[in-house]
Design a binder for this molecule. Structure first.
Ligand code: NDP
Length: 338
């Protein structure tokens, strides 16, 4: 493959429009060469609005385009599986949105298809690319809070009006706050703690936005294999809470404020017997960093920020929370043979 990476967008989505097209174009030698939408007029207008050379009305047509080396999949969640497998079979590298699929079995099938085809597959978990989260992981690994005992995630936000569609009314598309937000928390906690969640409990809420059996709020607790407990508060319905993440250890606490966000913002405070210290952060675009790591993996010079396997594990955790909320019981998260 030439040094230039041609990208095909599968899904004329909001996230590609708001973040990913710019993140791809920020990488030297990367071009967005095509977009596919299920609707021909939408493909054409999205391509025209974003200065993309080709707008296709089918994924097969996009995958047949020799200018496409890699695809970014940001369709609704039930489509990720078949689109990833089709892309792998045509030799395209895959950066797929979370949740990877609606079941762990499907996600594993995607991973195996990409491995068999020898293409890179990664998950677009943006938060682990944030300078704030990387700094918190670094502090924990360096022993700044001693043994981590607890984490608390504050990720209850208000779903913007333009996104109040399939997320709140289409269970078959993988809607609901748990597959949308808890899945990100799971990845962020795994990343920061360097530990695996092994058990989940939770309760969900359905009011006032969600319909058709979907939840728009959830509180859950995860138990990790290093003994740490994490409490997660996720919602589409809360306008004024603000976001954050905290880690509390035997000798210190880390407080991340305004950090569960798509933007390069927020602050990190370390509290210990030495007092309170605001940690210097050099912010950078979360999405540009995700794309840069993916490109390094394609070129054989690095690893994706969040691998396909990371996406399977965050999905398994979110699905355990779904099941725990459904049954009212603790649900074990099985170790995955990856
Ligand atoms: P959108 O609702 O914007 O897009 C999803 C699909 O809906 C598109 O592929 C498109 O189908 C269709 N669609 C979008 N807008 C319109 C419209 N105006 N009229 C008709 N159809 C439309 O979803 P998001 O961009 O919010 O999410 C897409 C994926 O990205 C999901 O998997 C989500 O979980 C993930 N995501 C990840 C984020 C992250 O930070 N990692 C943040 C936000 C989302 P078609 O392509 O066929 O036209």
């Amino acid at each position: 493959m030439s040094r230039t990476i041609g990208w095909g967008l599968i899904g004329a989505s909001t996230i590609a429009h708001e973040h990913m097209i710019d993140a791809i174009r920020a990488q030297p030698g990367n071009e967005v060469v095509a977009v596919a939408s299920a609707n021909a007029e939408r493909a054409r207008s999205y391509a025209s609005t974003h200065g993309i050379a080709a707008g296709y009305s089918s994924v097969a047509s996009l995958l047949a385009d020799p200018a496409v080396d890699a695809v970014y999949i940001s369709t609704t969640n039930e489509l990720h599986r078949e689109q990833t497998i089709a892309a792998a079979r045509t030799g395209k590298h895959v950066l797929c949105e979370k949740p990877l699929a609606l079941t762990v079995v499907d996600a594993l099938e995607m991973v195996r298809a990409c491995r068999a085809a020898g293409v890179v597959m990664a998950t677009n978990h943006h938060l682990r690319n944030a300078a704030t989260h990387r700094k918190m992981r670094e502090l924990i690994a360096a022993g700044a809070i001693g043994k981590p005992l607890f984490a608390r995630v504050f990720h209850a936000v208000y779903l913007p009006l333009n996104l109040q569609g399939w997320r709140i009314d289409r269970p078959q598309a993988g809607g609901g706050v748990i597959l949308d937000i808890t899945v990100h928390d799971a990845d962020t906690l795994r990343f920061a703690l360097g530990a695996e969640p092994i058990e989940a409990i939770g309760f969900k809420q359905t009011s006032p936005l969600a319909r058709n059996g979907l939840e728009d709020g959830a509180m859950s607790v995860l138990r990790f294999d290093n003994g740490a407990l994490a409490q997660l508060h996720d919602a589409f319905t809360v306008k004024h809470a603000g976001t954050g993440i905290e880690f509390h250890g035997e000798t210190g606490s880390i407080l991340g404020r305004n950090v569960m966000t798509q933007n390069p913002t927020g602050e990190v405070v370390l509290r210990s017997a030495n007092g309170e210290q605001t940690i210097p952060i050099e912010h950078e675009s979360l999405y540009a960093r995700s794309v840069a790591a993916f490109c390094s993996a394609i070129r054989g010079t690095g690893q994706p920020a969040a691998t396909a396997e990371d996406g399977v594990r965050s999905l398994a955790t979110a699905l355990a929370v779904v099941e725990a909320c459904r049954t009212g019981r603790a649900v074990a998260i099985p170790p995955l043979a990856l």
